[in-house]
Structure formats: structure tokens, C-alpha cells
Ligand binder design. Structure first.
Ligand code: DOR
Length: 439
């Protein structure tokens, strides 16, 4: 894609699409100049030299925002890098991702956070960093949260593990409230989850695989709701997977507590029965749950109890993932299939799906215009041109060999899905054109 002579991305006209954002839906062309939306109107003429992106039959929306991406850098570059993960994000329609801190070393220091922010500076999507709540994610001492917040960190989590000590978590809530940042919890009580490798239930008994009970998640959700009530603090629940968790969050919201939650595509599209073949591709934390839980997650997404769809994109290189089920690391890819899974599996209007994948997570991450960010805002003159163009009715078959991720651990290979990303623009630059990454 050609750049203009001043180094800013070329003028781009997105032609023939329907704009959908939090303000509603309208037929409009979108003109982009110098990285920002210059005009949104029914019928715009392409200025001389402009790149024209066809969007007939497509929806033009604010770029998607992933609250939960594992980029694996530093430490596991064989599985993913900031650059390859950002490319996968762009192909999935995302213009911003929040990088999780369970890298090696963990993102628990100013040096580590600065390093990832620098790596993210030149890639095809915005990379925000979630830092660890505790040093080394070990759950023993708080990380230097004030210093990290000073670098722009808005979300703190020990993701991959929950903070086991309620006393330490209470202190984290107090610091976070003072700093105006958000805690995000991976809800898993390690004494209950123990050596479990899948959901504890009929399937784990039949397969002889040690299980993790739903209660391992739910006791921590309940505990952190109690701590939010005690401290007046804010909490975001990562990848909720059980009916009981959804129920607890719903009640906390009705009480007026500052609680938000996300769910991952695999928790609304797969069940624990998928583990029957012992394929480690279906191993994930929290584990795949029975159909009743899947139904509760879907209902929570439909009624607003769950605020966002987050991918939990968790790449593992083949040599790391291809182990017997009990030894394989948990996690599956998510960025390149999330939107299509949401369109295919959720019986929701597209605008609701886009809210769950764009403006709602942008607000939670502090990446929306109201928080000084550039994602999820209305598609209107003056706004940053972080956009995706989606064909909501196109069907495609997931081909693992074509994924941009460095890893291949998606359980959706060969699945035909509805809803395809056609173009993605990051700061006005078409980084995906006709489904192909441009960088
Ligand atoms: O399945 C998972 N994989 N769940 C997590 O919480 C962490 C993630 C990873 O980092 O691989």
C-alpha cells in the first residue's frame, strides 16, 4: 500500500458499505485522510490518488479490541511474537489488543512493560499491556503498580493464575482504586483446581482425566465480588465459563458494584464433550464446560451480564502443545476466528456482536475516545481511522496452514464459519486488504 510523501498513510475511500457503530447503522462511504476519518457520507467521490477499498455488502465498523491476548514475547517467541500476534489480530479485524503479562519473565516491572510497549510501537495494531498484580505472578508481593500505571498500564492481572490470597487481593483493590486502574482476575482457586486438566463432570469421569470443578472458578468470582463491595474497587472477570459465575456477576451488577466480565469464543462454541478424543487442542483454562454452562455464557452475552468477547488467544508451538492431554499446556488460538465464531454461534444482531468485540472492551481497557484512546468510537469525521470492514454473510473454512499466528493450536481447523474480515485499517493504513495481511 503506497504512502503519501509526508509519511502518513495514503488517502483511502471505503466505498459502498454500511457503517455500524454504537450510534447505529447507516449506508455510507468513509473517506480517510492522514490517519483520521475525514468524511462519512452516502456517496463520496474518491480524491485523485486515493486507494479505494470496496465494501459492497459489507459492514464498516470500529476496529475490534481484544482484552485478552497472549503475545508470548518475551520468552516464547517460537509460539508468537508481538509482530506475528499483531498480524493475526489485524486479520481478525482487531485494531487493538491487550497483551497479557504471563510472559517469561512476567510483565511485572517497568523495564519489562517498556520493552513490550516498544515492540508494539511498530506493528499492525495497537498493543496495550496488562501488567502483573504480583511480582512474578507468584501471588506473594504486589508488583510496583503505581510505577506501571505511570507507564500507561490500565489493567492489572496475574492471568494464567488467580491471586490466591484474599488479603493480598484486597490490598491490590485498594491500590488500584487509588491509581484509577482496573484489576482483571483469572478466577481459579488452585486448591480446588489442583491437578485438574478438564472440567470435572461426567466426561472427566468417563475419560479418566482429573477434573477441575466449576466451584474452582465460582469461589474466586464470589470472593472478588465481596472484595469489590468491601473496597469500592473495580474488577474485570476474565474468561467466565460457568453458569454459576454468570449468575454471580449478574447479581453483582444489579447491586451496582463496579464489575465487568468477558467470555471467550471457545466457551460459547465448544463443550467438555470435545475432549473425548484426548486431543490437547481442546485443553484450555478455564476448561470447556457442559452444554448448560455454554448456554448460560450465551445468555450472559445476550443480556449484557457479560460485557465483552475476549479471545484468550493462547499460542503454543506444536512441539510444546502436542503432548499427552494431561501434560499439554492449556490454551488455543483465538484472534483469527473470534468474530466469525461470534457471528456463527451467537444468535445476536451484528451490532450487538460488534459492541461485545469493539466498543465495550475498548471502554473496559481504557482504549476508547472517552478515556483518551482511539478505538471503538463512532465512525465519524475527526475520529481515528481504526476500522474493520466485515462481510457478515460470507462463509469460509478455517485453514490452519493459512493462519498468521506462529502457532497452529486452533481446534477450529476445517470448520466452516460465517462472517469474514475483508479489510482492516490501523491509523488509516490498510493493514489487511481483501483478507490478506499487508504487513
Ligand atoms: O488456556 C489458557 N492458556 N488459559 C490461560 O489462562 C492462560 C493461557 C496461556 O497463557 O497459555
Amino acid at each position: 500500500m503506497s504512502d503519501s510523501t509526508d509519511g502518513l498513510p495514503a488517502t483511502v475511500l471505503i466505498r459502498g458499505g454500511t457503517v455500524v457503530d454504537r450510534d447505529g447503522e447507516r449506508r455510507a462511504d468513509v473517506l480517510i485522510e492522514s490517519g483520521r476519518v475525514a468524511a462519512v457520507d452516502g456517496d463520496l467521490t474518491a480524491p485523485r490518488g486515493a486507494t479505494v477499498l470496496e465494501a459492497g455488502g459489507c459492514v464498516v465498523a470500529p476496529g475490534l479490541v481484544d482484552l485478552h491476548t497472549h503475545l508470548r514475547q518475551p520468552g516464547r517467541e517460537e509460539s508468537e511474537t508481538v509482530e506475528s500476534g499483531a498480524r493475526a489480530a489485524s486479520l481478525g479485524g482487531f485494531t487493538a489488543v491487550v497483551a497479557m503479562p504471563n510472559t517469561e519473565p512476567a510483565l511485572d516491572s517497568a523495564e519489562a512493560v517498556r520493552h513490550v510497549l516498544q515492540l508494539g510501537a511498530g506493528v499492525s495494531a495497537e498493543v496495550a499491556v496488562a501488567a502483573a498484580i504480583t511480582v512474578g505472578r507468584a501471588g506473594e508481593r504486589l508488583a510496583p503498580m503505581a510505577e506501571l500505571a505511570g507507564l500507561g498500564v490500565r489493567l492489572f492481572t496475574d492471568d494464567g493464575a488467580g491471586v490466591q490470597s484474599a488479603g493480598l487481593m484486597r490490598r491490590a483493590f485498594e491500590y488500584a482504586t487509588d491509581l484509577g486502574v482496573i484489576l482483571a482476575q483469572h478466577c481459579e482457586d488452585s486448591s480446588l483446581a489442583a491437578a485438574g486438566a478438564m472440567h470435572e463432570g461426567a466426561w472427566s469421569s468417563r475419560l479418566g482425566i482429573p477434573g477441575m470443578p466449576s466451584a474452582a472458578e465460582e469461589v474466586m468470582v464470589a470472593r472478588d465480588i465481596a472484595l469489590a463491595r468491601t473496597t469500592g474497587g473495580r474488577i474485570h472477570f476474565l474468561h467466565l465459563s460457568t453458569a454459576g459465575s454468570v449468575e454471580l456477576v449478574g447479581r453483582a451488577k444489579r447491586e451496582g458494584l463496579a464489575v465487568t466480565a468477558e467470555a471467550a469464543p471457545h466457551h460459547f462454541s465448544l463443550t467438555d464433550g470435545c475432549v473425548a478424543g484426548y486431543d490437547p487442542l481442546f485443553k484450555v483454562n478455564p476448561p470447556l464446560r457442559p452444554a448448560d454452562d455454554v448456554a448460560a455464557v450465551k445468555a450472559g452475552l445476550a443480556d449484557g451480564t457479560i460485557d465483552a468477547i475476549a479471545t484468550d488467544h493462547a499460542p503454543h508451538a506444536p512441539e510444546l502443545k502436542d503432548l499427552p492431554f494431561d501434560q499439554a499446556p492449556p490454551g488455543m488460538l483465538g484472534l483469527e476466528t473470534a468474530l466469525a465464531l461470534a457471528i456463527t454461534e451467537l444468535d445476536l444482531p451484528l451490532a450487538t456482536v460488534l459492541g461485545l468485540l469493539s466498543w465495550q472492551p475498548a471502554a473496559i481497557a481504557g482504549l476508547d475516545p472517552a478515556s483518551g484512546g482511539e478505538h471503538g468510537g463512532p465512525v465519524a469525521a475527526g475520529s481515528a481511522a481504526n476500522l474493520c470492514v466485515i462481510d457478515p454473510t460470507a462463509t469460509w473454512t478455517v485453514d490452519l496452514s493459512r493462519l498468521a499466528s506462529r502457532s497452529r493450536n486452533s481446534p477450529y481447523g476445517g470448520r466452516t464459519l460465517t462472517g469474514q474480515v475483508r479489510h482492516t485499517l490501523f491509523r488509516g493504513e490498510p493493514v489487511v486488504v481483501d483478507g490478506e495481511a499487508r504487513r
